[in-house]
Design a protein around this ligand. Structure first.
Ligand code: FDA
Length: 392
């Protein structure tokens, strides 16, 4: 029987960070993971450069059935605390856009930081370990694993969500929650590209690769970022962001959020009455996008002088309020995160411990707290991991 004070299941962002914190308090800690390699999502993140936090992180950047839950952890361990740690390791980084901080060199520097913090705190990390069974007794938790039996006082579940099963994602954490009587909210893919019905997918696929700054909106939320047309549908930050708020139905896309198309159309009609709508739209968008929009929106491609005020208003409205009804999303295969998960009602926001099960903690993405695109999800992993690390 391997006896530990704390066992953390899941050697991802939240689990490794939590283990280092608990170890620094003098707790005897072991992290167990079924994968061959630790921190695989970190290594893949940010195109290999890991968008490790966001300078403007606040509770408003997270989705949860209880939007207040994340506040305590985010206050206890802030983005500035993590940035301080990154500075201590002399990891060079830059702000890409909107407060998003990326490593200059490689995401592996963040994994190395986490492993080094674990090493300093004498927290051991064991891979290729399947957890077969968990039981709670008076003395603590008993784990039956493919590497033998373990006993611990505190058990931290940091097994993440369901996105990217190829990287080792499993529903393990939700099952443990249910085993101990915690409620698990329905899960769905977030930060994920939209798929489209054939009548839209086919014409757009022909211009895949084109990107356009837009404003996407649904469910009273909107994002001003880039849209990317792909051969499967719509992607890019504007789409990934709004996908987390999409519950079926239409998404409104403003294809020209910075410039009033109606005004431009009127000016162009006055100054260049003989140019066609296609030529005009070619001055607002990439030419191939302009052509495709005319087709998919069934606009009259005639000289501007032939368009009356109502037609000009309609054209502007279609471009500022393009109503797209996705047929679905690409799902967990490509989603960056999982929405829903362990209901925060059953957890203490101050410690991440299960209210009814002393010694059992849930941190990171397995919990029903999901960040926007832009480094917020890692910050949640650091903040929730740090907090649990002070109490486990
Ligand atoms: P995480 O998924 O990191 O770790 C869970 C660990 O548990 C894994 O090591 C897994 O092997 C292990 N595990 C699972 N089931 C198990 C079982 N049954 N037994 C034992 N171990 C088990 N976020 C961000 O802020 N900035 C970014 O740049 C990106 N980029 C990004 C790119 C891609 C491609 C993806 C898929 C995701 C992102 N994200 C992101 C999101 C971010 O990666 C994610 O929110 C965090 O990794 C969540 O951290 P956790 O530690 O909770 O889970």
């Amino acid at each position: 029987m391997n006896k530990r004070d704390v066992i953390v299941i899941g050697a991802g962002a939240a689990g490794l960070f939590c283990a280092a914190q608990a170890g620094q308090r003098g707790r005897n800690v072991e992290v167990l993971d079924h994968a061959k390699k630790v921190g695989r999502k970190i290594l893949m993140s940010g195109g290999g450069r890991c968008n490790f936090t966001n300078m403007y992180t606040g509770p408003e950047n997270f989705l949860s059935a209880n939007p207040h839950y994340c506040k305590s952890a985010l206050n206890q361990y802030t983005q500035w605390d993590f940035i301080g740690l990154v500075n201590d390791y002399n990891i060079a980084y830059h702000e890409k856009t909107l407060g998003q901080l990326f490593c200059d060199d490689s995401a592996s520097q963040i994994v190395d930081l986490l492993l080094n913090e674990c090493r300093k705190a004498n927290a051991t990390v064991t891979t290729r370990c399947e957890i077969l069974q968990i039981e709670k007794h008076e003395e603590g938790f008993y784990l039956n694993t493919s590497l033998g039996e373990y006993q611990c006082e505190s058990l931290v579940i940091a097994t993440g969500g369901l996105s990217m099963p190829k990287l080792g994602a499993t529903p393990f954490g939700y099952k443990v929650a249910e085993q101990f009587g915690l409620n698990v909210l329905p899960t769905r893919a977030g930060l994920v590209p939209f798929t489209l019905p054939p009548e839209l997918k086919e014409p757009l696929a022909a211009i895949s690769g084109i990107s356009q700054p837009v404003r996407t909106a649904c469910n009273n939320t909107d994002f001003l970022e880039d849209l990317l047309i792909t051969h499967r549908g719509l992607s890019g930050p504007a789409v990934l962001q709004i996908s987390s708020y999409w519950e079926g139905g239409e998404v409104s896309i403003d294809l020209s959020p910075q410039e009033d198309i109606h005004e431009r159309l009127n000016t162009a009609k006055e100054n260049q009455p003989n140019i066609t709508l296609k030529t005009f739209l070619g001055t607002c968008f990439a030419k191939r996008l302009a052509e495709t929009l005319i087709d998919v929106m069934a606009m009259p491609n005639v000289p501007l002088k032939q368009l009356n005020q109502k037609q000009l208003t309609d054209i502007a409205r279609q471009l500022h309020h393009w109503q797209v009804k996705p047929s679905g999303t690409e799902g967990y295969r490509t989603a960056e995160v999982t929405l829903g998960g362990v209901n925060t009602d059953g957890l203490s926001s101050k410690t991440m411990e299960a209210k009814q099960v002393p010694g059992l903690f849930f941190i990171g993405e397995v919990v029903d707290v999901t960040g926007w695109l832009g480094g917020y999800n890692f910050q949640w992993a650091w903040s929730s991991g740090w907090v649990a690390g002070q109490h486990a």
